[in-house]
Design a binder for this molecule. Structure first.
Ligand SMILES: Cc1cc2nc3c(=O)[nH]c(=O)nc-3n(C[C@H](O)[C@H](O)[C@H](O)COP(=O)(O)O)c2cc1C
Length: 331
């Protein structure tokens, strides 16, 4: 295979991998462009959540996760990527440039993470009783640290109840807010829809098994009887509640949080552990600030998740590459 073809294949595979990142409400708020050996990752302003994410924090976390997939896949194709995050202050939508870089051989861990990229799915219910080993949780903390973020398992039952209560409060307030509700509904993908974004109706149970304490789910089904009917009533474990935080709250920190999140999720996935997210409270300034001061030692909370074991299959949709790669830049 010629070098050109090898590079094209690596770029193609890396772009595909990037699209499998998690994103808030599956907005897939990214665009990519290719110029020779360089891929640029951009924020798609039209896909930012105007009411629940006005600063674009969750958008940049999502794009950071896509960036992590992209660089992991390039490494697996034998290129050590050269990454510049926010390379041009005059172009704020340009989040990163990634050059193919030197040839290198991927290590076992990179291959393990890469193998999880297309399999990872968000969970939206209780977990089975199978425990998440402490040793794995410790490793996940290290994975987050390697990307400049901190993952803190919330161990004290009182603290878990506080996180659950804040989630419930935020969900209740948001469900009374017309604009916020409409925004969630806008990104709920109806059953049988042909659209390639939004949260599909087969990605959550119609009647999620409740955990104790209850962690409120987003209401994607909104008055419809959407959701899978797979019997999950036996899965009522909360799993391990964890907070992902960063020392600062800059755009750079949000992208780092996304990279750390994805590294944590892929590593967890390789050991059979999935994540559920409950980020409602982080969309409300005063609740986020409360969490920052009371449970995050002053660091900025970027994600709230539960980690656990589940066996159910979930649906997923993604936009095809021709929708997310600038057409002028890619054959
Ligand atoms: C920043 C961010 C916030 C999220 N918040 C939630 C949430 O509050 N509730 C939820 O069910 N999923 C949440 N998700 C998960 C997305 O809905 C999910 O990644 C997306 O629908 C794609 O599905 P997949 O992760 O199964 O591929 C969040 C993801 C990101 C990146």
């Amino acid at each position: 295979m010629s070098t050109r073809t090898t590079q094209d294949l690596a770029i193609h595979t890396a772009l595909e991998a990037a699209t499998w990142a998690p994103s808030v409400h599956n907005t897939q708020p990214w665009m990519f462009a290719v110029c020779g050996e360089e891929i640029s990752v951009r924020a798609d302003a039209d896909r930012k959540l105007r009411f629940s994410d006005p600063d674009g924090r969750q958008q940049l976390i999502s794009c950071g996760a896509a960036l992590f997939n992209l660089t992991t896949a390039l490494r697996c194709h034998g290129y050590e990527p050269v990454v510049r995050v926010l390379p041009d202050p005059d172009r704020p939508v340009l989040l990163a440039t990634v050059r193919l870089g030197e040839g290198s051989t991927p290590d076992e861990h990179t291959r393990m993470l890469n193998a999880e990229i297309e399999h990872r799915r968000t969970h939206r219910a209780g977990f089975t009783d199978l425990p998440v080993p402490d040793r794995l949780v410790e490793t996940l903390v290290q994975q987050a640290a390697a990307e400049g973020a901190r993952m803190t398992p919330v161990r004290a039952p009182e603290a878990v109840r506080v996180v659950a209560a804040l989630t419930e409060a935020a969900q209740n307030v948001q469900s009374q807010d017309r604009l916020l509700s409409l925004e969630v509904i806008r990104w709920a993908r109806p059953l049988g829809s042909a659209r390639t974004d939004g949260v599909p109706a087969d990605a959550y149970p119609a009647e999620p098994a409740q955990t104790e304490p209850r962690f409120a789910q987003r209401d994607y089904a909104w008055r419809h009887h959407w959701g899978t009917t797979a019997d999950q009533q036996a899965s009522t474990s909360t799993g391990v509640v964890a907070l992902l935080t960063t020392p600062g709250d800059s755009r750079q920190a949000w992208i780092a949080a996304g990279q750390a999140l994805q590294r944590v999720l892929l590593h967890a996935g390789a050991y059979g552990v999935s994540a559920a997210f409950h980020t409602q409270a982080l969309e409300m300034h005063h609740l986020r600030e409360f969490l920052r001061q009371e449970l995050c030692s002053g660091e900025y909370p970027q994600m709230i998740m539960r980690l656990g074991v589940t066996f159910d299959e979930k649906g997923a949709v993604r936009r095809p590459l021709f929708d997310v790669v600038e057409s002028a830049s890619w054959p």
